[in-house]
Ligand binder design. Structure first.
Ligand SMILES: [Mg+2]
Ligand SMILES: [Zn+2]
Length: 189
C-alpha cells in the first residue's frame, strides 16, 4: 500500500486552544480547561482543508510534580472527545513533560515534538509534508520552534477573545488565513 503525504498544522495548546492560566499556574484538571472562542470551527476548517491537526505542548507542570502525565492525558482525552462531538478532529497530541532546566530535546523551542509526530505518522504510512506545514502559537517559543522545524508560523493573541481584543487574532483567524492562502496558490496554478 502506497503511503500518503499530508501537510499538518501544529498547534500550541495553552492560550491557543484553551484559556491559559496566569504565569506559574497550570490546567491540572478538566474543570480548569476552558475552550477559547472559534477553536472548534478553526479545527473543522483545517480538517476539511486536508491538514493533519497536531497539538504540540510544553507541560512543565509534570516535571515540577504539580500534575501527573496520566492527569494530562485524561484532560486531553476529554478535550478530543468534546471537539469530536462538535465535528472537529485532533490527529495527534505530543507533550513535553520536562523542566526547562532538564535540557531535553522536545521542549519548544526545540523541535523534538515535531520529530516525534513525523516518526509516529510515518509508521502509520503517512508522511508529513513539513514544507507545507504550519505552526500556530501564542509565545516566542512556539514561533521559534516552528522556525527551527522549517514551518510557516502564525502567532495568535494569547487567550484571544473577539469581544475583548479588537484587532487581535485567534485560532480561527489563523486557520482562515492558512486555508485562504492555499486557495490563492491553487488559483495561481
Ligand atoms: Mg501557549
Ligand atoms: Zn521535553
Amino acid at each position: 500500500m502506497k503511503g500518503s503525504v499530508r501537510p499538518a498544522v501544529f498547534l500550541d495548546r495553552d492560550g491557543v486552544i484553551n484559556r491559559k492560566m496566569v504565569e506559574g499556574h497550570y490546567v491540572t484538571q478538566w474543570s480548569g480547561f476552558e475552550f477559547l472562542t472559534g477553536v472548534t470551527e478553526a479545527i473543522r476548517l483545517m480538517n476539511g482543508s486536508g491538514y493533519l491537526v497536531i497539538v504540540v505542548t510544553n507541560q512543565q507542570c509534570v516535571g515540577k510534580g504539580i500534575v501527573t502525565m496520566e492527569a494530562i492525558e485524561g484532560i486531553h482525552l476529554r478535550m478530543v472527545r468534546s471537539l469530536e462531538e462538535n465535528g472537529a478532529r485532533i490527529d495527534g497530541i505530543y507533550v513535553c513533560p520536562h523542566l526547562a532546566s532538564d535540557g531535553c530535546s522536545c521542549r519548544k523551542p526545540a523541535t523534538g515534538l515535531f520529530e516525534m509526530a513525523a516518526r509516529d505518522f510515518r509508521r502509520r504510512g503517512i508522511s508529513i509534508d513539513m514544507v507545507r506545514s504550519h505552526m500556530i502559537g501564542d509565545s516566542d517559543s512556539d514561533i521559534l520552534a516552528g522556525e527551527n522545524a522549517g514551518l510557516t508560523t502564525f502567532r495568535v493573541t494569547s487567550n484571544y477573545d473577539p469581544r475583548m481584543c479588537p484587532g487581535g487574532k485567534g485560532l480561527l483567524n489563523a486557520a482562515r488565513s492558512i486555508t485562504a492562502n492555499d486557495q490563492r496558490k491553487r488559483m495561481a496554478m
